[in-house]
Design a protein around this ligand. Structure first.
Ligand SMILES: Nc1ncnc2c1ncn2[C@@H]1O[C@H](COP(=O)(O)OP(=O)(O)OP(=O)(O)O)[C@@H](O)[C@H]1O
Length: 297
């Protein structure tokens, strides 16, 4: 897959930092991948050059949801069979996708340095992108925490199930206490009405503000929508397949809000610091090396 013409041509320019949005949920099956895919696609519709990164190294499915057939995945990169740029796929309307690998259990057991190496390798890809949406695995594994910590914004997806709310709280708790994340966006999915979404948020907010040093923002709600299921069956984003459906309209509104987020004033942690630094540097600088390879060596 050829990279865009200017992907290696920024040795003298300083680019605006790429906005990195991590999507996580705690509990599995709440709609995290649907949110990642449709948020990324809505950002593309809004003219943002977007990369969708699937980091669910155990149960990847971004590529399946978009009907893409990867030749290489992150599993091949870690096994030394290809470079990170070889995994890049072009999805609908120029959305860039980096697929993970499904069913490779050992991929879930990577070392923290390898997660960080991966983050750095992405920075050095130097793709001309404005936004990177990171679809995380369910749970609170190290990889999830690292990608959320490295992102400027974290979206936690919840739905109206007790386990979803308690697992979302558990995720927010470790992000806040162990990784210094102090700002989280909450997105309610599969809601029956707007009230339900707001109530879900308030439930989480009440307990978080009491016990944690973190600010939760209500990003909004995506309705339970049969059109979204149909889109999944067609292996398309609902915003592409059924742009007038209730969930597609909601995703467009979420993307509009996400585009208005202020850039953070300063680096939040060392991973973010490195990301911002590396993204604004050229990949062609003398002494350029492949941090992913060093990290996995
Ligand atoms: N807004 C919605 N309306 C209707 N159905 C939905 C909605 N969101 C998700 N679903 C249903 O939930 C299923 C799981 O969604 P998805 O794969 O996005 O969840 P996930 O949290 O990424 O799961 P996993 O943790 O297994 O990766 C979808 O196949 C779809 O059928």
């Amino acid at each position: 897959m050829p990279l865009p013409a200017d992907s290696n041509a920024s040795s003298h320019t300083t680019r605006a930092p790429v906005r990195v949005i991590a999507v996580a949920s705690g509990k599995g099956g709440v709609g995290k991948t649907s949110v990642s895919v449709n948020l990324a696609m809505s950002l593309v519709h809004a003219g943002q050059r977007t990369l969708l990164l699937d980091t669910d190294l155990g149960l990847a499915n971004v590529d399946v949801m978009l009907g893409l057939s990867p030749q290489f995945t992150l599993a091949d990169v870690f096994a030394g069979r290809c470079e990170l740029r070889d995994t890049l796929l072009e999805g609908p309307r120029g959305l860039w996708v980096v697929p993970a690998a499904s069913g490779k259990r050992h991929m879930t057991e990577l070392l923290p340095q390898q997660h960080i190496g991966l983050v750095h390798a992405f920075c050095e890809l130097d793709l001309p992108i404005d936004v990177m949406v990171v679809d995380n695995a369910a749970g609170i594994a190290d990889s999830v925490l690292t990608f959320c910590q490295a992102a400027q914004d974290v979206i936690v997806v919840v739905c109206d199930e007790p386990a979803s709310v308690t697992d979302a709280y558990a995720l927010i708790k470790v992000l806040s206490r162990e990784r210094g994340v102090n700002r989280v966006q909450v997105l309610a999915n599969q809601v029956a009405n707007a009230n339900e979404g707001r109530q879900l948020f308030e439930k989480l907010e009440r307990v978080s503000s009491r016990f944690l040093d973190v600010t939760l923002h209500y990003l909004g709600a995506i309705p339970r929508d049969e059109w979204l299921r149909r889109a999944i069956q067609r292996q398309e984003a609902v915003v592409e397949a059924f742009p007038g459906s209730p969930s597609a309209l909601a995703f467009r509104e979420i993307a509009r809000r996400a585009r208005q987020w202020q850039s953070p004033q300063g680096p939040r942690g060392h991973v973010e610091f490195f990301m911002e630094r590396l993204i604004t540097q050229s990949a062609n600088e003398p002494g350029h090396h492949d941090p992913l390879r060093s990290a996995v060596a």
